[in-house]
Ligand binder design. Structure first.
Ligand SMILES: Cc1cc2nc3c(=O)[nH]c(=O)nc-3n(C[C@H](O)[C@H](O)[C@H](O)COP(=O)(O)OP(=O)(O)OC[C@H]3O[C@@H](n4cnc5c(N)ncnc54)[C@H](O)[C@@H]3O)c2cc1C
Length: 482
């Protein structure tokens, strides 16, 4: 029976193991090798004030169905939940203001809603309609979100609306992030329409038509999204090994040689195919000898480090009603936190689990600003709480708190990212029985990671099937391997 090794037990690797189990229906043996003590990667849940609260990802975008479908397929369908409240606020111009309706990644499409929200100044508002008369902004190849949006709609739209949204998803900076990779819905429209406003309106209009009954935008799991990895691992029926850091990947006649364990007593596994589901830095190291050009491209993908401060307050500490699911903070405001989620308000199951406790998650850290995280947990919690107090008037000391650090947590899709990914995939495709997946490639969200796992599995199974056809496992393309 062919043996497929999945390197990395984050959601992408576990989803790959699950797809392998489904597609190959017991005809392949699957081993997942995870460096950490538990599987899940950025999906993890632990207790704060006796309540389960996610330490990493907490919500799935429903519009992309892959992750919710996986959740149901592994038996957690009855625990799928949606936010009890909708809409975030922006902490901008000295107070919390509603995020304007009709926007795409913060780019406005509805000027009336924008004006009513008070999120930008009158001069900032007045600048926007120039978009209709300005000559076309040329886009040859990729362009940064910052350059394009500020050229069309003015710097204030970028600083106060787009930066906080991009900061929330990528912990990155609009001037560096690729428009094609981070807002792919717009990449067609900006090459056809002269006006960005019109382009956004078209995309939003198409979305509204496809979403007539106002379906929920996000989903999660009762008890935390961090429950998903263990369920996927169990349903995959793969052998899952934790504490198994893969140090080396080499070709061997007929397949792959995967080296784990300490240098002094290495353990070597032989695999017919390998799915590499690790972040770009370890993927680059593992591919250095077998696919040097892919390794170079992977090494160029930068990551942002972030931290999440989770605070649990007694309910009567909240003296002013909290609005929406939380707030985003434009970097121009120069606050310490970049976003907050009112977890107990957002997730009814959490509120019901202990109505006397209010949980708030605050995030800190952007790409290139790692110095913000070089402080003790106590300091991070203290400064985050100070910002929360200013924004919401919650002044009491928390009942409990937790700081979770995600060093190198979020890949930065810089200008040219899509071309880089194409080059990586092309180089990897030269090697039979190897595929890559995960957040470094086609989207950082969990649904995109699941989709990339699906595609990686399709590729390695195709390779295995072709090899079988060519003659009982003797693949001429592998024969030249060391
Ligand atoms: C704070 C935070 C909040 C987020 N919130 C959301 C959200 O609400 N919704 C959403 O959709 N997305 C969210 N994301 C993004 C999303 O969680 C991640 O992009 C996604 O989980 C990444 O999955 P992955 O499997 O590609 O990588 P990872 O989760 O990084 O998993 C990779 C695994 O590979 C292992 N590994 C690394 N090197 C080796 C090696 N040499 N050998 C063996 N194993 C190795 C690692 O230990 C890790 O477990 C968030 C991310 C962060 C950091």
């Amino acid at each position: 029976m062919p043996h497929v090794v999945v390197v990395g037990g984050g959601i992408a690797g576990l989803a790959a193991a699950w797809f392998l189990g489904q597609r190959a229906a017991g005809a392949v043996r699957v081993t997942v090798l995870e460096a950490g003590p538990v599987v899940g990667g950025k999906l993890r849940v632990s207790e704060v004030a006796g309540l389960p609260v996610d330490e990493g990802a907490e919500a799935l975008l429903v519009r992309r169905s892959e992750a919710v479908a996986l959740t149901r397929a592994v038996g957690l369908g009855d625990d799928v939940v949606h936010p009890a409240v909708q809409g975030a606020t922006l902490w901008t111009r000295d107070r919390l203001r509603p995020m304007p309706a009709g926007q795409l990644m913060g780019i406005p499409g509805d000027l009336r809603a924008l004006a009513a929200s008070g999120t930008i100044t009158l001069p900032g508002l007045a600048r926007i309609p120039l978009d209709h008369v300005l000559p076309r902004t040329p886009v040859s190849g990729d362009v940064s979100v910052g350059r394009f949006v500020s050229a069309r709609l003015g710097r204030e739209v970028l600083d106060r609306l787009v930066e906080p949204v991009l900061g929330g998803v990528y912990a990155g900076h609009a001037d560096e992030l690729s428009l094609d990779a981070t807002i792919p819905q717009l990449s067609g429209a900006i090459r056809v329409e002269r006006s960005l406003l019109k382009g956004v309106q078209q995309v939003l209009g198409a979305g509204a038509r496809g979403n007539a009954e106002r379906a929920p935008v996000f989903a999660s799991l009762r008890g935390g999204l961090g429950r998903l990895p263990a369920a996927v691992a169990a349903a995959s029926r793969a052998e899952v090994r934790t504490g198994a850091t893969v140090r080396e990947l080499r070709r061997s006649p007929g397949g792959w040689r995967v080296v784990i364990g300490p240098t002094r007593s290495p353990e070597v596994l032989f695999a017919d195919a390998v799915v590499l589901a690790v972040p770009a830095p370890p993927a680059s190291r593992l591919l250095r000898d077998v696919a040097p050009s892919a390794a170079t491209d992977l090494a160029a993908i930068e990551y942002a480090s972030v931290a999440l401060v989770t605070l649990a307050f007694p309910r009567d500490a909240v003296t002013r009603p909290l609005a929406g699911t939380g707030f985003l903070v434009p970097p121009v405001e120069e606050r310490f936190v970049k976003a907050a989620t009112y977890s107990s308000r957002k997730w009814a199951w959490l509120e019901a689990a202990d109505p006397g406790v209010v949980v708030v998650r605050l995030s800190v850290g952007r790409h290139g600003e790692e110095q913000d995280l070089q402080h003790t947990d106590e300091d991070l919690a203290w400064w985050a709480q100070a910002d929360l107090e200013t924004a919401t008037d919650i002044v009491d000391a928390p009942l409990d708190w937790r700081v979770t650090r995600w060093g190198g947590g979020l890949p930065q899709y810089a200008v040219g990212h899509l071309d880089r990914v194409t080059r990586i995939r092309r180089a990897v495709a030269e090697l039979t029985g190897l595929a890559v997946c995960g957040a470094a490639y086609d989207g950082v969200g969990v649904p995109a990671c699941v989709a990339s796992a699906d595609a990686a599995v399709a590729r390695v199974l195709r390779d295995l099937a072709e090899r079988r056809q060519w003659g009982n496992g003797s693949d001429s393309r592998q024969a030249e391997g060391p």
